[in-house]
Ligand binder design. Structure first.
Ligand code: HEM
Length: 538
């Protein structure tokens, strides 16, 4: 029996050889697992399995299997693997980590009710205003673009959810939120706690001998204070009739109808804050990285945006319709550096059968987004039908590792002509089935607005060394974790014309009205910053 633990039964999809008891636990990658999973997928196929002791993990690197298993059979594949840390910190009410419980279903229904495309579009004015402040910040201190992008995405999500913006990166709330979220992510890193989910008896270790339990308690206390405090602030403002249209106002107004008690509401707001901040900023930071590394793509985007928008006004979302190359850049940035290279793992709540393989109940399923989106079989352009390979300009980009927006001009989903890319639906980057990202409309609006704005306004070039030589950016220097992001990098950002710089100044002054109703609870330093930046620029 002991020898059977860790062994792969014949019915499971193939995978790397196992050893008794551990299965594949000793070779399970703990850093950037998407690279190893992609290597294994090339060897064992688009559906391979791993044994971690008695538990089974299936990795999908095949868009058709993802569509069938996670979209079509979502009723049995939308669970999450157990997370005792999630239970301890959030009482099992963290929408991203929670298993298929009644509370999760209520929170999902609430998210679906309030984050519709229509409801999201009501928040466009604050997204636009914050995106204008981002341009203004970069214009005045281009070297801090990286943290300004972070501030943008935190401020948007704080405003639309809780009706309260954060005007500076140095605003106390930004710092506190980043620190707590960082400590929380650290607890979720592989190896941060003993293998409690695989060996449940470890849960019984008393707190005085388990530092990780004390850390869970500390993080939980901090998060509760923040998330429940924000809900209380919103409630208090509503009592004073100072509504500003935030999503949480709607949740509080419809709390009974939606079946959301106070516990669910507090963690709901917190989960959306967490889900919406690092993801959006990671996308925009990766976009800037790609623009610096691939000047040709940047040049083409500049030409298109100048032709459609010109230099006497800022772009609007309606312009996107007429800008196929910018739309291609937006998709290619998602493909090139997916924010969550392995999405978020799903788990099966019933046994499934696929192409003759058995996927047992309780299996963890990873979608290897990275492997699918970097599959040379789908994303090279070499076999696009042109016989003159040497002369063909597309052959120059014959590599899924390159940032090449042209893919999305050749076919809707970026796959090389002749290859069926229909399983890669446009929302692929946002996940699958009943777990699809509830914030995707909000996120996509931010992405569209900022991609157009940044390309309209600025040139992005590599930084220079002391001899005036360009220092290439490292397109592989990324942060570890489920949701990844480029490590901070340097580049030179300059306004493209004097006229555009002037428009940014004027438009920034115009944002004051939109911002004013979200400028609640500002510290004296924030108030001073707001007043100063409106009068003289930053
Ligand atoms: C570039 C931006 C974003 C990307 C690429 C992204 C991507 C994803 C992905 C891949 C998942 C996992 C889906 C699955 O398990 O199949 C997810 C889940 C989630 N996202 Fe996003 N997301 C983004 C922005 C946002 C925003 C703005 C919010 C909040 C307003 C948000 C809230 C969530 C939540 C709460 C979940 C968990 C849903 C559940 O498990 O039921 N995300 N997201």
């Amino acid at each position: 029996i002991v020898l059977k633990v860790g062994s792969r039964g014949k019915a499971l999809p193939p995978g790397p050889p196992t050893v008794p008891i551990l299965g594949n636990a000793h070779i399970f990658p703990t850093e950037f697992p998407h690279y190893k999973f992609t290597e294994w997928a090339r060897k064992y196929g688009g559906l391979f399995s791993l044994k971690i002791g008695n538990d089974t993990v299936v990795v999908l690197t095949d868009a058709a299997a993802v569509k069938e298993l996670l979209d079509k059979r979502s009723s049995t594949t939308a669970n999450r693997p157990p997370s005792y840390v999630g239970e301890l910190v959030t009482d099992g009410l963290h929408m991203v980590l929670a298993s298929f419980t009644p509370a999760w279903k209520t929170q999902r229904r609430t998210a679906a009710a309030i984050l519709t495309p229509q409801a999201t579009s009501k928040h466009l004015p604050i997204q636009r205003a914050e995106a204008t402040q981002l341009l203004h910040n970069i214009l005045h201190s281009p070297q801090s673009f990286f943290t300004d992008i972070q501030r943008y995405s935190i401020s948007v999500i704080y405003s639309v959810l809780h009706g309260r913006r954060v005007p500076r990166y140095e605003t106390e709330e930004v710092n506190a939120f980043i620190t707590t979220t960082h400590d929380w992510s650290a607890l979720l890193e592989p190896g941060a706690v003993p293998p409690i989910d695989a060996i449940p008896i470890l849960k019984l270790i008393p707190e005085r001998w388990a530092k990780w339990k004390r850390e869970c308690k500390r993080v939980s206390t901090l998060q509760r204070a923040r998330y429940f405090g924000l809900v209380e602030e919103t409630r208090e403002r509503m009592r004073r009739n100072q509504h500003n249209g935030s999503f949480m106002e709607e949740v509080l107004e419809r709390q009974v109808e939606l079946g959301m008690d106070d516990e669910m509401t507090g963690w709901f707001g917190g989960t959306l804050l967490e889900g919406g901040t690092d993801t959006t900023s990671s996308y925009i930071q990766s976009l800037v990285l790609a623009l610096v590394a691939y000047p040709e793509a940047q040049k083409k985007a500049h030409e298109e945006i100048d032709r459609v928008v010109g230099e006497h006004r800022m772009p609007t979302l309606e312009d996107l319709e007429q800008m196929p190359y910018i739309r291609a850049i937006i998709s290619e940035a998602h493909r090139f550096r997916p924010v969550a290279p392995l999405a978020v793992p799903h788990a099966t709540s019933a046994t499934e059968e696929y192409h003759g393989y058995i996927i047992p109940k309780g299996t963890t399923i990873f979608v290897n987004m990275w492997g699918i989106l970097h599959d040379p079989g789908k994303f090279t352009t070499r076999s696009h039908g042109c016989v003159q390979l040497i002369l063909c300009p597309l052959a120059l980009f014959d590599n899924p590792e390159d940032f090449m927006p042209e893919r999305y001009l050749l076919s809707e989903n970026g796959t090389k002509p002749g290859v069926d890319g229909s399983d890669l639906k446009p929302t692929f980057f946002f996940g699958f089935g009943r777990r699809v990202c509830p914030g995707m409309y909000l996120a996509q609006n931010s992405i569209n607005l900022n991609t157009m704005n940044l390309l309209w306004a600025f040139d992005f070039k590599p930084d220079m060394d002391t001899n005036g030589n360009p220092i290439p950016v490292d397109i592989f220097a990324y942060r570890k974790g489920i949701a990844t992001a480029p490590l901070p990098f340097k580049c030179r950002i300059t306004p493209r014309t004097v006229a555009k710089a002037g428009i940014i100044e004027n438009e920034f002054l115009e944002t004051a009205d939109t911002f004013s109703k979200f400028e609640v609870g500002l510290s004296p330093e924030d108030k001073e910053f707001v007043a100063r930046s409106r009068e003289h620029g930053r």
